[in-house]
Design a binder for this molecule. Sequence first.
Ligand code: NDP
Length: 403
Amino acid sequence: MLMVMSKVIIIGAGGVGNVTAHKCAQVPEVFSEIVLASRTLEKCDAIAADVLAKQGIQLRTQQIDADDVAATTALLKAEEPALLINVALPYQDLPLMDACLAAGVDYLDTANYEPPNEAKFEYKWQWAYHERFRDAGLTALLGSGFDPGVTNVFCAYALKHHFDAIETIDILDANTGDHGYPFATNFNPEINIREITQNGRYWEAGEWKEVAPMSVHKVYDFPVVGPQDAYLLYHEELESLSQNIPGLKRIRFWMTFSEKYLTHLRVLENVGMTAIEAIDFKGTKIAPLEFLKAVLPDPASLGPRTRGKTCIGCDIVGIKDGQAKRIFIYNSCDHEACYREVSSQAISYTTGVPAMIGAQMILRGLWKTPGVWNMETRDPDPFMAELKLRGLAWEILELPVNQ
Ligand code: NDP
């Protein structure tokens, strides 16, 4: 491996920030210095203490409001990191990209920009930065989590090594983890609920098709976790993959939910608790969904309670050597094993590990190309090799085509 010594700054000290910090600390030959900065300094300090205890590496911490471009630019100019890893919230993507441009720092995130008062998952705002990053000689890598992230790389790897042409992709995300609460979300509840209460959408024959929220579902027989009820959702990697996988005829995304979870969600929706428009409450403007987030369990607190496994992968059908072929390429992660390693459940783990690997790809020069890039446009091989080394081993199953 090419040896590089680079300083990184991680922005965001939530579930994913915690895992990213632990995993970067496990690779000191690349991440020679790690700064963790977030809105609440105490959360950074708590993570730093755990990283020191578990990994034997000392992080430095800083307080920052990432919505404040001038303050973040000043922090970047003072710290001079080679790369900023954004694992705050999607609302911070554009301010952080602006700060990176102003300070001359490479950029990476795990979720596409969303305007705070509109549940809209689109890359257009971030793709509009391509020329500015390219002209500044800076790299921005978008969506380096699991889905988006690893799922995009799985598709690129399948195209490179298993197919002459890909026709259909179904991305399937199963989580059989049980945390013992009647209702909780495994990552930021606001982002999670915004994602699943919007219309489902998929891409077929060159156009987007829309369905009512959670109205299309099927039982999919996953490896490791077995048959699960999976619901068709819109997910952001569909937008870039539908453009970047040549000849693709259809791409859909499915996520599993238990009946208990869906019943709670239906009730919350019916009573208006998932609305993002602020209402007036005793003279205070308050968005019901933000209030709901405040009363639900903090996703970071689920780690020690969660048992079970995830299984996330891509079911891909295409042509190889003139024959129809179908594969399922996937990773399965165990919640308790993740907790033992980095004090986190598997959802944050499966996001933080790829964030660290994407950062390595840029810092080692393997994916350092000026401009703004989605994961599937990069060579998948070094990323796939690192997944096996860093805790997200993957497998490929050959499946019957007509099933
Ligand atoms: P959390 O809510 O647990 O953490 C978010 C962190 O960002 C908190 O520490 C929060 O600070 C901090 N933050 C929020 N606003 C600001 C701000 N203005 N300035 C500085 N810090 C701020 O979220 P997660 O860790 O679960 O998720 C992090 C990101 O990862 C999200 O963008 C999410 O969408 C993405 N994600 C991606 C996945 C993928 O597979 N691609 C899967 C799961 C998540 P405070 O502590 O003060 O609130």
